[in-house]
Design a protein around this ligand. Structure first.
Ligand SMILES: NC(=O)C1=CN([C@@H]2O[C@H](COP(=O)(O)OP(=O)(O)OC[C@H]3O[C@@H](n4cnc5c(N)ncnc54)[C@H](O)[C@@H]3O)[C@@H](O)[C@H]2O)C=CC1
Ligand SMILES: CCCCCC(=O)CC\C=C/C=C/C=C/[C@@H](O)[C@@H](O)CCCC(=O)O
Length: 329
């Protein structure tokens, strides 16, 4: 009996020790400090830069949108900005508890008929198909699709490819199927969420980097196809640098970076360069990409210093890529 108590005490001491070490590691990390920091003032450099490059705006009032990964983080902020602009929004996510909580909060703010949570895994063809169908049944039309769901997991990298790249392809093809004029649709806009890691590299997360490059390439190619075929659907890509969401906290877990965990200091250096955006700043960029009717195949990248469209060679442009390199403003 006594022996068992001693073992229990040792165990609890060990556990407490492990907890303290973990906390110390987190506290010493710049990532953690960045996450604890208070929100920056409004009218940040990125928002001001967005205003300066805004084109003719499409109205979002009375429109209907699907947002994947909408239970929290960027997806929730995207849903909110769409609702604020008079769009009805279907919130798709695998996380039922967070999804239901977000639906309740958004219904309180925007009315019970403005939004609908649908449990949906972007890795499942069937669930995605059903979610689009239910959105059309509930709201009667579809105008905007934001393929945002994404994870970082270099250990289970096959799953990450399925969510980050295949999930975007599924959402984009379903969106086209329902919105393209060829099928009797009214046209629309697709925004695919990549990352600045889809333009450059993050050595600690090579497969994540690859999925985001994939999203950029796929979206640009399909935008050109949509334009050539006269689908009436614009397809644009959003490439934020670091944003204050749960995905940043997940970087501390060894599973996230897998065999490259020791390179986490390189990510922290990138954070020093690019800063950490608030979700509402990125939501402003989403609005811009959606509403600017001149944009198809556009790639908007942003960090805390500003936002700019990348200027890579268009199809048929024979000038070398270096001529088109982009600058973060
Ligand atoms: N936070 C950041 O620093 C940046 C994030 N991004 C991208 O933004 C997107 C959103 O990420 P955050 O909001 O930051 O992360 P988050 O972790 O806060 O939110 C991601 C959401 O996606 C959902 N999700 C995950 N797997 C899913 C699946 N299989 N099917 C449906 N939903 C699923 C999660 O439940 C969660 O609600 C991701 O694609 C991410 O790669 C891009 C650049 C920077
Ligand atoms: C491991 C954590 C990932 C967090 C989620 C993200 O997607 C964050 C990505 C943030 C920043 C990535 C920056 C990469 C930068 C460089 O490779 C840079 O050289 C890119 C330059 C792009 C250009 O100018 O065209």
């Amino acid at each position: 009996m006594w022996g068992a108590v001693v073992c229990g005490d040792r165990l609890s001491l060990l556990l407490r020790g492990a907890l303290v070490v973990t906390r110390l590691r987190m506290c010493s990390s710049r990532v953690y400090r960045a996450l604890k920091r208070s929100p920056r003032q409004q009218e940040t450099a990125s928002v001001a830069a967005l205003r300066s490059i805004r084109g003719p705006a499409m109205s979002l009032s009375g429109k209907v949108a699907v947002v994947t990964g909408a239970a929290q983080g960027l997806g929730k902020a995207f849903a909110r900005v769409l609702l604020k602009n008079g769009t009805k929004v279907a919130l798709l996510d695998v996380d039922e508890d967070a999804g239901a909580a977000t639906e309740a909060a958004l219904r309180d703010e925007f009315g019970s008929d403005a939004t609908l949570f649908l449990r949906c895994d972007v890795c499942s063809d069937e669930e995605m198909k059903n979610a689009f169908q239910k959105t059309l049944q509930q709201f009667g039309r579809l105008d905007v699709v934001c393929n945002n769901a994404g994870i970082i997991n270099e250990t289970n990298w096959q799953k990450m490819v399925d969510v980050n790249l295949n999930g975007v392809v599924r959402g984009t093809y379903l969106a086209l199927q329902h919105m393209k004029k060829e099928n009797g649709g009214q046209g629309g806009v697709i925004i695919n969420v990549a990352s600045m890691a889809g333009l450059g590299t993050i050595p600690a997360v090579p497969i994540y980097t690859a999925t985001k490059h994939g999203v950029v390439g796929f979206s640009k190619a399909l935008a050109a196809a949509s334009s050539a075929a006269g689908y009436g659907v614009r397809i644009n890509v959003l490439c934020p640098a670091f944003v204050q969401t749960a995905i940043l906290s997940s970087m501390q877990m060894e599973e996230t970076t897998g065999q490259f965990h020791s390179l986490i200091n390189m990510v922290e250096k990138l954070m020093n360069v690019h800063g950490i955006l608030e979700v509402d700043e990125v939501a402003e960029a989403l609005l811009q990409l959606l509403q600017d009717e001149t944009k198809n195949g556009a790639v908007l990248m942003m960090n805390t210093k500003g936002a700019t469209y990348t200027n890579l060679p268009a199809a048929g442009d024979s000038r070398p890529a270096a001529t088109h390199s982009s600058v973060v403003i």
